[in-house]
Design a protein around this ligand. Structure first.
Ligand code: GLA
Length: 395
């Protein structure tokens, strides 16, 4: 076949594919989205003032400049619908357009939350039957990101629990519901990141891009406890091939700074999310933050690993009991290596760097120690209980 013809065929195929998944939408997140979300700290009690304060804090404390851009309002903003069906915010959010302007003026973007069901998980108004109307309202307000959470949509159908397979009819209806909102967002004409939240049912990572998802939750909810965070994070092994520029696996928001984990555990959380190329959405109260928690969220190397332009998610290389080795391929031949100790005691982990393709002359940065490590074939760092050694290797 002549080369020009093959090239044209490839361009046509990619145009058709892009039209299908919504190219404008997918180019919004060439790297995993970073920002803040209200849920993990404020739950459904979040207010306009909380969101403004979060935006202000992100500017003042350097998070915005470190890459945290989205300020996402989760469940709890919704009021009733007007007689013509238009959704209104509740008393805690007097004027969404003004709030969006406030956030935009600070160089940030505003996210919002809804459900394909009649009701959201916290029993507020969902978008069922009002998809196009809601998408237009969000666009008019200046919204930049929508988290679309299955919640009560499943009640109308027989749906299995988190992580399970949905029954075939429920599965088809669910895909259709997500596609419907994606198409509505595209038709509304404003670029809005589309975040699917259905807790990883029916291998969402296999079909998330087809229904227009830029990211999709792969798990049930995180909580501010090491065991829950580790269960969720380490369960992501094997999913790396489903992530890439424009579409990301989402193991849920960060808990760093909420106070329920030790510093070693929060470093593990941040390292694992970085290796996973996971969205980095802080979930704490940014107004009252310990410097050591801010230092974790703003660690330049961890962010660089997460946000690497190659857009490859890392994966587990080996696990020996609770001792796990994960790597993430990065641009310019760099590699991130994480040694995790999921055990209850400090442990010396032995790793052969040559076997990981690292040769003498490589520059090895020990991210959390903020120090360089001299090259040696074998390294034996001591990893604290529930802790991590994160290395950024440049050839
Ligand atoms: C679900 C989601 C959470 C949060 C709440 C809001 O539980 O998984 O992330 O959005 O709903 O009600």
């Amino acid at each position: 076949m002549p080369r020009l013809f093959v090239k044209r065929l490839a361009i046509l195929a990619s145009v058709l594919l892009c039209a299908h998944v919504g190219i404008a939408q997918s180019s919004l997140v060439p790297t995993p989205p970073m920002g803040w979300n209200s849920w993990n700290h404020f739950f459904q009690h979040v207010t306009d003032a909380d969101v403004r304060a979060a935006a202000d804090a992100m500017v003042a404390n350097g998070m915005r400049d470190a890459g945290y851009v989205y300020v996402n309002i989760d469940d709890g903003w919704q009021g009733t619908r007007r007689p013509d069906g238009t959704i209104q915010s509740n008393d805690r959010f007097p004027d969404m357009k003004t709030l969006a302007d406030y956030v935009h003026t600070r160089g940030l973007k505003l996210g919002i939350y809804s459900s394909p069901g009649l009701k959201t998980c916290a029993k507020f108004e969902g978008s069922y039957g009002h998809e196009m109307q809601d998408a237009k309202t969000y666009a008019a307000w200046g919204i930049d990101y929508l988290k679309y959470d299955l919640c009560s949509f499943g009640d109308k159908l027989t749906v299995a629990g988190n992580g399970d397979q949905a029954a075939p009819a429920a599965f088809a209806a669910q895909q259709e519901a997500y596609r419907k909102m994606h198409d509505a967002l595209v038709a509304a004409g404003r670029p809005i990141v589309f975040s699917l939240c259905q807790y990883g049912m029916s291998n969402v990572w296999e079909w998330g891009p087809e229904v227009g998802g830029n990211l999709w939750r792969t798990t049930g909810d995180i909580s501010d406890k090491y065991d829950r965070m580790a269960l969720i994070g380490f369960s992501q092994a094997g999913l790396s091939r489903y992530a890439g520029p424009g579409h990301w696996n989402d193991p849920d928001m960060l808990e760093v700074g909420n106070g329920g984990m030790t510093l070693d555990e929060y470093r593990t959380h941040m390292s694992l999310w970085a290796i996973l190329a996971a969205p980095l959405l802080a979930g704490n109260d940014l107004r009252h933050m310990k410097p050591e928690h801010l230092a974790i969220l703003e660690n330049k190397d961890a962010i660089a690993i997460d946000q690497d332009s190659l857009g490859k998610q890392g994966d587990r290389v080996s696990a020996l009991g609770p001792y796990e080795l994960w790597t993430k391929p990065m641009s310019h031949g760099r590699t991130a290596i994480a040694l995790f100790n999921r055990g209850e005691l400090a442990h010396t982990m032995r790793v052969n760097l040559r076997e990981l393709g690292i040769s003498p002359g490589a520059h090895i940065r020990n991210v959390w120690a903020n120090a360089d490590l001299p090259f040696s074939d074998i390294i034996n760092p001591i990893i604290p209980k529930h802790g991590v050694v994160l290395l950024l290797v440049t050839r």
